[in-house]
Design a protein around this ligand. Structure first.
Ligand code: XCC
Ligand code: SF4
Length: 670
């Protein structure tokens, strides 16, 4: 592949990103964008055809070479490479979940006094799932047993994951019949690594079965626990108002960015920046205050619960440094570029690593401990303030969009069902009637090899126009937030007539922000609840829904895609022809093969138009299978039941209060 340098406008469709990419060109500063241009991707490894599982290789199966030194075939090698990526992705999500369980344990035992049980309701609900008795017991005792029960899910000796019971009965039976019900989270990862060692499991289909089992341990195990325990510790999200894009950085304030995935430290930083003493300290250094903003999923966590603005998604981490206006970027785990360090050296920005699991050479390491959480957060904020007087020239793009995020499954249930009859009935009814044609979960990353946010923007716009409700997490959600799709009025501007009616009635945005990447487990919960209401079949596979990650790049995305497929969903990964494209058989096994086995299907489709075409075709196919009316846009949009025009005449703050105020309060006092 020839090297080609893209112009900033070719590299990103986001206006703020383009401004800063131009700046990077002027300065001759390297970013992931320029490094991707300078280095062509390896097309052998890219197609899944390079094996380095032993020292007789690496074996590259190209041309007439159909077997590696050990005799492994193209199919075995492609399946093994995919399997190992899923094992790594599942490990990342699950280890994140485990960390939250330890935080809850520390808090419950009184060793981490800065953490509280912020949602006792959810604690009791989760206790119910995990078989922990809650009645008549002190919250701390329940919390301790919940934490221990959660930890047991990672390595228990017998049985299977408790949360599998949260899936529809039909789904559970499919898992048992296929022999892919996960036993313990860690065990499935270990077995997958074992099976893919040289000279072990060498039948692609069999390797892929264990790959699904491992991924299910992520979706219905590690990630679902991460979501639940985070809600218990920091609150279950309900709608808040915030803003998104680099324009949230403030010229007159100390800017601190939190980046990564775990909310344990960032929640403490949220508290620290509100400390009057530290605000005073910032003033003493010439700043008007302290602005906190987030990148990647740490951003999504603090956005949903605290309204902390989003600075940007994955590919904007380096661009944030290029503003020259960031005093400190505080990172925890996952998706953090090593390239941040050399870039920050050009500025006064300090990159601070905090996790015992992630150090970066050249960054300042201030290790986080739950027992001294707030103290450490304050120390970090103080360091950032100290940097403020050293700030040089800045370039903060004047780009930011308002948004209303916070659609946990609990809140969707509430918003649609109303205070007294929380249920998914109204959502099912809207789908059955055809006001909503179907649901797309648009999730996942950015990828420096495709135009930043272009595919996210394209597919989401098309789905909204075609009356498809879009739910989002991760960096895909941040993309829509920055594009202004997460406000109620976006429904008027882009949604088709049926979806617009639903959004008008409920007062919700047409794109619902459901959280971070571990919160894809919320989507599993929503789909399970939809399948348990009448009218949309009795399994996740029956629902007219599609999952996609059009700009995926991480191993976590492969794990998410695989557990969604194993849960019955049709999933499309975009941007390339995918990591198993070198093996026709493996491509077939993951599409037709998995559809026959578990009802879901995984496809890699490079082109945005084709992604939309196939997703809509799938939704219509599922509608027909359920015997629902054919989707017909001309039936909608004439109803007089409109709150929206009145609401739109109010200023945003008042409008949100009018729509969500009571609900948000009900949520927090519940
Ligand atoms: Fe990372 Fe979760 Fe991907 Fe974004 S979306 S680039 S994984 S931060 Ni999960
Ligand atoms: Fe080559 Fe087989 Fe070793 Fe892989 S495991 S590197 S195919 S010899």
């Amino acid at each position: 592949m020839a090297k080609k340098t893209r112009t900033p406008a070719e590299a990103s469709r986001d206006a703020a990103a383009v401004v800063l990419l131009e700046r990077a060109c002027e300065l001759g500063a390297e970013t992931a964008f320029s490094r991707a241009d300078a280095m062509a991707a390896c097309n052998i490894g890219g197609a899944g055809l390079c094996c380095k599982n032993c020292a007789m290789g690496p074996c590259r199966l190209v041309g007439n070479t159909v077997r590696g030194v050990c005799g492994a075939t193209v199919d075995t090698i492609a399946a093994r490479n995919f399997a190992r990526a899923v094992a790594a992705g599942a490990s990342a999500h699950s280890d994140h979940g485990r960390a939250l369980a330890y935080t809850l344990l520390e808090a419950a035992e009184g060793h981490a006094p800065d953490y509280k049980i912020r949602d006792p309701f959810k604690l009791k609900e989760v206790a119910g799932y995990l078989g922990v008795r809650a009645d008549g017991r002190a919250l701390e005792e329940v919390a301790k047993d919940v934490a221990l029960a959660a930890l047991a899910e990672f390595g228990k000796a017998q049985g299977e994951l408790i949360y599998l019971k949260r899936a529809p009965a039909k789904r559970q039976k499919i898992w048992h019949d296929a022999g892919i019900a996960p036993r313990a989270i860690d065990r499935e990862v270990v077995e997958l690594l074992h099976r893919t060692h040289v000279g072990n499991d060498q039948e692609a289909e069999h390797i892929l079965d264990q790959t699904m089992r491992c991924a299910l341990g992520d979706g219905w195990g590690g990630s679902m626990l991460a979501t639940d325990l985070t809600d218990i510790l920091f609150g279950t999200p309900a709608p808040v108002i915030s803003e998104a894009n680099l324009g949230v950085l403030r010229q007159d304030q100390v800017n601190i960015i939190v980046h990564g995935h775990e909310p344990t430290l960032s929640e403490m930083i949220v508290a620290a920046v509100q400390d009057p003493e530290l605000i005073e300290y910032a003033r003493s250094k010439g700043a008007q205050g302290i602005q906190l903003a987030g990148i990647c999923c740490t951003a999504n966590e603090t956005l949903l619960r605290e309204g902390v603005p989003l600075a940007g998604n994955f590919l904007m981490q380096e661009l944030a440094v290029l503003t020259g206006a960031v005093e400190a970027m505080v990172v925890d785990i996952q998706c953090i570029f090593q390239g941040l360090v050399p870039l920050a050296e050009r500025y006064h920005t300090e990159i601070i690593t905090t996790s015992p699991k992630a150090k970066i050479e050249g960054a300042t390491h201030i290790e986080f401990e739950e027992r001294r959480a707030l103290e450490i957060a304050k120390q970090i904020v103080r360091r950032a303030i100290d940097r403020f007087p050293q700030r040089g020239e800045t370039l903060i793009p004047d780009e930011r969009s308002p948004l209303v995020p916070g659609f946990s499954h609990e809140y969707i249930d509430y918003a649609l069902g109303g205070m007294y009859r929380g249920s998914f009935r109204p959502l099912n009814d809207a789908i059955i009637a055809g006001r909503i044609r179907g649901v797309v979960a648009n999730i996942g990353c950015n990828n420096a090899r495709v135009c930043h946010d272009q595919l996210h923007h394209y597919v989401v716009t098309e789905f909204l126009k075609h009356d498809v409700l879009v739910v989002e997490t991760g960096c895909g959600a941040i993309a829509s937030a920055m594009h202004g799709y997460m406000t109620p009025e976006a429904a008027l501007e882009v949604a088709g007539p049926g979806l617009r009616e639903v959004c008008e009635t409920v007062g919700m945005p047409p794109v619902l922000h459901m959280g971070s990447c571990v919160d894809n487990s919320r989507i599993l919960t929503v789909l399970s609840q939809m399948a348990s209401e009448t009218g949309l079949g009795e399994d996740i596979a029956d629902i007219p829904a599609v999952g996609m990650a059009p700009e995926w790049m991480s191993e976590k995305a492969l794990s998410i895609a695989t557990y969604c497929v194993a849960s019955g969903a049709y999933v499309i990964l975009g941007g390339s022809d995918g990591p198993v494209s070198g093996s026709e058989n493996v491509v077939r096994l993951m599409s037709e093969g998995w559809e026959n086995k578990v009802g879901g299907r995984l496809e890699f489709i490079e082109d945005g138009e084709e992604i939309v075409r196939r997703a809509l075709a799938h939704i219509d196919k599922k509608r027909a299978a359920l015997g629902l009316a054919e989707y017909d846009a001309s039936k909608w949009g004439k109803s007089g039941d409109r709150r929206m025009p009145d609401l739109l005449s109010l200023p945003l703050e008042e409008r949100i209060e009018a729509v969500y105020g009571t609900a948000a309060r009900a949520q927090s006092t519940a």
